[in-house]
Design a protein around this ligand. Structure first.
Ligand SMILES: Cc1ncc(COP(=O)(O)O)c(C=O)c1O
Length: 434
């Protein structure tokens, strides 16, 4: 398909600043652009058309967006223009700026590194899907540990035709299996000039985040592969960012990838979904980072490509949610609220660990190390996980998720005082089934 002039212009800017990033773009990634159409013209009119502005497709009344009083009554503190009109396709500028400041604040090793402005997505799933549009195609391979969020299959494989390639996430010492990741990169690089590496920390479903040393080993392995000439796109899925309860790294792996090597393009996907306890808001972010010859040209070009993808799929994300999150980030009570909820979840995780340490359970199951996030997984010695799941549901009205041989337990959704009883009943069910 012929590349449109505006896309060619963006491609040129990307190629000059980072030839690797250009080479990593998928076919759609190369073709996408943001048209100088209605939104550009109405943007100009917004600044200059002080008499009459007959550009954009919203209805106005007394210079305010038209709205139903009944709808407005559900919103107490937002202005009509913050609720009813469209948000810009790439998100509210003040939210993008505030989220970037938050990313840098929460990831101290990002200090002094150049990263893009986050583009607002309709939460994290959508961000992953946009990243897949930009960088993943049918000839690609996506490297993912064997413990992973099932939706990756739909995003990368079913929709984009890429092949998922797995490595065992844990080694025999129950640490992150960096050797397996390095070996798989080497193997796949023999037939692929570009690798896409997805790392989700804290991990769904195991609740594991690597230690600082393990992260360093991951960065070394990726750098080593990039040194061989392999192009690498890292996608950091930070859905559960911040929920680090023990001795793991407290940073996103994006901080280490974003300036690792000129052959490495780092993409960070995060969201208010779980970080701000706002699952239904559908507010997320996609941020880029790489070693480049000109961040001033590269990042705006990548952001514009993302804006083109947004415009051509959902047009723009939810507007009132963005205003609420933008205000929340500046709210003096914000950090206190986050800390309080963090303590509740941490306490549940530690209680669960204490309960699981009971000798009674040692013949029933083992479990993967967990130190973060929402979940942990039990692995059974004598019963089938799916059979157990159904039995728990029918006999004890306990809901869990079976994933292959494992049973995922979301301690995020069980009160601390109920954890002991829940585990004891799972033990009872295992006894009855085996
Ligand atoms: C690892 C992981 N990534 C992404 C998501 C999706 O997040 P969002 O609801 O923001 O799309 C989830 C949610 O379940 C998840 O577990």
């Amino acid at each position: 398909m012929e590349i449109q002039p505006l896309a060619a212009e963006l491609n040129e800017q990307i190629k000059i600043s980072s030839p690797n990033t250009y080479a990593c773009l998928s076919d759609i990634g190369k073709q996408i652009f943001f048209p100088a159409g209605i939104l550009t013209q109405s943007g100009e009119a917004k600044k200059k058309a002080t008499r009459f502005n007959a550009t954009i497709g919203v209805a106005l009344e007394n210079k305010e967006p038209m709205y139903l009083d009944a709808t407005k009554s559900y919103f107490n503190h937002l202005k009509p223009s913050e609720i009813f009109t469209y948000a810009p396709p790439d998100g509210l500028p003040q939210l993008r700026k505030a989220w970037k400041e938050k990313i840098v604040r929460n990831n101290p090793t990002l200090a002094g590194k150049e990263i893009s402005l986050p583009v607002v997505t309709s939460a994290l799933t959508h961000g992953l899907s946009l990243a897949a549009d930009m960088f993943v195609g049918p000839d690609d391979v996506v490297i993912i540990p064997d413990k992973f969020w099932g939706t990756y299959q739909l995003i990368f494989s079913t929709r984009r035709g890429a092949r998922l390639s797995h490595y065992p996430m844990f080694d025999s010492d129950n640490g992150f299996n960096v050797t397996a990741l390095a070996d798989l990169m080497k193997k796949e690089a023999k037939s692929h000039g570009k690798l896409i590496i997805v790392l989700n920390t804290p991990n769904n479903p195991t609740g594991y985040t690597p230690s600082v040393e393990e992260c360093q080993a991951i960065f070394d392995a990726v750098r080593e592969q990039a040194n061989q000439g392999t192009r690498i796109v890292t996608l950091s899925d930070d859905a559960y960012f911040g929920l680090f309860y023990e001795d793991s790294t407290k940073e996103s792996l994006f901080s280490g990838f974003c300036d690792l090597h000129e052959n490495v393009l780092a993409v960070k996907l995060d969201a208010a979904t779980k970080e701000n306890f706002a699952w239904g808001f559908r507010t997320g972010f996609m941020t880029f980072g790489t070693v480049s010859k000109g961040a001033d040209a590269l990042y705006p070009a990548l952001e514009t490509k993302a804006k083109g993808l947004l415009r051509s799929t959902i047009s723009s994300s939810n507007h009132p949610s963005q205003h609420i999150i933008a205000r929340l980030l500046k709210d003096p009570e914000y950090q206190k609220g986050i800390d309080e909820k963090f303590q509740i979840l941490k306490s549940r995780a530690l209680t669960l660990k204490k309960v699981l340490a009971d000798e009674r359970y040692k013949d029933d199951w083992s479990y993967y190390p967990f130190n973060s996030g929402y979940f942990m997984c039990l692995k059974f010695h004598r019963v089938n996980a799916e059979q157990l799941r159904k039995y728990l549901l029918d006999k004890y009205q306990i809901g869990t998720i079976s994933i292959g041989d494992d049973l995922r337990i979301a301690f995020s959704s069980v009160e601390e005082e109920d954890i002991e009883e829940m585990i004891s009943l799972i033990h009872q069910a295992v006894k009855e089934l085996s």
